[in-house]
Every structure is written in C-alpha cells, then in structure tokens.
Design a protein around this ligand. Structure first.
Ligand code: NAD
Length: 299
C-alpha cells in the first residue's frame, strides 16, 4: 500500500485513480473541477481541498493534466510542498521539453521522477489496461512500476528523462498517418466498387494491416467495436490527435527530423477540428475526406 496523491481527475485521471484505490493504495485526489472531484470520490478517491493537502504525506504524486504548461506549473508548486524522496510521475501527454523540465524540478526537490504517458484511451483507463511508456532513471522505474501496474497492462521503460514522451509522440504520429491512409484506402475502394468487407478481409491479412484498420476500422461493419459503428463517438477525439501531431511536429522542428507525412496529417486534423469535428472520434476524418470528394465532384 502506497500513499498516493493524484492531481488531475478528468476523463483519464479519474478512472486511473479509481484503479489505484481498487489495488489497495490510499489515494488523495485534487482537481480544479468540483464535478470530477465528486466522481472520483465515488470510486474511493479521498478529495483534497488543495494541492498542498493532497500531497501533504504522499509517498508518490501522479499528475494527469492537459498540457506541458499545466504540468510544469503544478510541479513548480510541488517544489515547496513535497518531502525529499517522493516519487513524482507525470502521465499526461506533453512535449519532451516540458517533460525534461519537470524532471529537473524533481531533482531540485531531491525527488525521483518518471514521465509515463499512456496509450489506450478512456476505455483502457477504466479497464486498467493502459500501455505506459516510461522515461526516467532505472531506480525510479523500479519503484514506480508496481504503481503503474495497477493502472495498466503493458509497462515499457523507454530510456532516460523524456523518453516516455518521445515514444508517445512517435507512436501517435504513426497512428495519425496510418488512420488517414486507411481512410483514403476505403474511400478509393468505394469509388472502385470494392466492398468495405472485401478490402478489410484482404488488408487485415496482408501488408496493409495496421491497428487503425484492425482495431479502429473507420467504416462501420468489419470491426463491430470501432467508433464508426457508434456514430464516431470517441474513443480518441480528433482534438487529442491534433494535439499529439502538433507535439510531433514541434519535436521534428526542434530536432531537424524529416516528417513530411506527419506534417500533412497535422494539417488535415487541424482542418478537421476547424470544421467543428474536434469532439468526434479521430477516425471520423473519413467523412471529411468524402466531403472533399463531393466538393470536387460538384465543383
Ligand atoms: P481532461 O481535460 O478530462 O482532464 C484534465 C484535468 O486536469 C481536468 O479535470 C482539469 O480540471 C484538471 N486540471 C487542469 N489544471 C489543473 C491544476 N492546476 N490542478 C489540478 N487539476 C488541474 O483530460 P484527459 O482526457 O483526462 O487527458 C489528460 C491527459 O492525458 C492529456 O495530456 C491527454 O493528452 C492525455 N491522454 C488522453 C487520452 C484520452 O483518450 N482522453 C488518451 C491518452 C492520453
């Protein structure tokens, strides 16, 4: 049993904190939103009135916040609040620079730290089946691993500080590009008179096979659990996909990596969001592509 402070109890953090409680940890939670604090209390998280109260006797602090700026701000506040030796884990998806900055803040506090972003979405958070991509020293990973295991199924130590975020950004760049590729293939198949099921049956067992096709198929039918069968309700929203693609492009700019398809994918998801679809599942981008076809045909 570990005394854990969980900061950021939103769509992901709430169910993750609930799984820590189920695993027998004592979890004190803090969020700026009263609504999510109430939901977290229903799954056994002890609500704290402030960040200071949440972390007062914590052996481990976990943050699950929207962006890098939020993580750096909260970890800066933690410098005067946590005891030396506390393990700090950030599970948010943020830029590599902010992750490294957070690790530096932890070392100023004489604390150990991990960046541990996740893949698996809200359903994985609820089921405790997330994949954690972890960056930070071996010694911190050894302490953090059993805690992460209460929330996830696959825990991969990717390297030193920032390596977890680097893995997350690269993985999601593949995901964004591959989803658009799969959507384009279904659009072309429709024009060629090929059924969705026929394309699926071939590509899912051929070299076109990928997660965007076999787990998240963007047309209804072949994969009954994919959001396409549920009116493209998320799942993983277009807005979050855009966020991750922009992080990949910022990292590519900083490092000089050539990512022309990542750049195109970011542009398409920016259009998708601008057209008001940011709250839909990211696989709904197939509808924007069809819309383009219609415009071209009409113009
Ligand atoms: P969310 O907006 O539902 O939750 C974030 C929570 O942080 C909110 O409840 C907000 O009130 C709280 N918060 C913000 N600033 C705070 C502060 N200073 N102190 C305390 N609480 C604060 O977002 P989410 O969907 O839970 O995502 C969290 C992170 O996980 C993001 O970085 C996101 O990119 C990543 N992520 C999300 C998904 C997903 O499917 N939702 C999947 C993988 C990764």
């Amino acid at each position: 049993m570990t005394k854990i402070a969980f900061v950021g109890l939103g769509n992901m953090g709430g169910p993750m904190a609930g799984n820590l409680v189920r695993a027998g940890h004592v979890v004190r939670g803090f969020d700026l939103s009263d609504t999510v604090m109430t939901s977290a209390a229903e799954v056994g998280v002890r609500p704290a009135g402030s960040l200071a109260e949440a972390v007062s006797d914590a052996e481990c602090v976990i943050t699950m916040l929207p962006k890098g700026q939020h993580v750096v701000a909260v970890w800066t506040d933690l410098t005067t609040l946590v005891a030396e030796g506390t393990l700090l884990i950030d599970c948010s998806t943020v830029d590599v620079e902010s992750a490294r900055q957070a690790h530096k803040l932890a070392s100023v506090m004489n604390c150990t730290s991990l960046d541990a972003p996740v893949s698996g979405g809200t359903s994985g958070a609820a089921a405790g089946t997330l994949t954690f991509m972890v960056g930070g020293p071996e010694v911190a990973f050894a302490v953090g691993r059993p805690i992460l295991e209460a929330m996830g199924k696959t825990i991969v130590h990717c390297g030193g500080p920032g390596a977890g975020q680097a893995a997350k950004i690269c993985n999601n760049m593949i995901l964004g590009i591959s989803m658009i590729g799969v959507c384009e293939a279904f659009g072309l198949a429709e024009k060629l008179g090929l059924s969705h099921q026929a394309l699926y049956d071939v590509a899912s067992r051929s070299s076109g096979q990928c997660w965007s096709l076999t787990a998240y198929c963007p047309v209804p039918g072949p994969v009954p659990t994919s959001p396409a069968n549920n009116d493209y309700r998320p799942g993983f929203t277009g807005a979050l996909m855009l966020k991750d693609l922009l992080l990949s492009q910022e990292a590519a700019r900083q490092t000089g990596a050539a990512t022309p398809l990542g750049q195109q994918a970011a542009g398409l998801y920016a259009e998708f969001e601008k057209a008001g679809h940011g709250d839909e599942d990211f696989s709904a981008i197939i509808q924007m592509l069809r819309e383009r076809e219609r415009e071209r045909a009409g113009g």
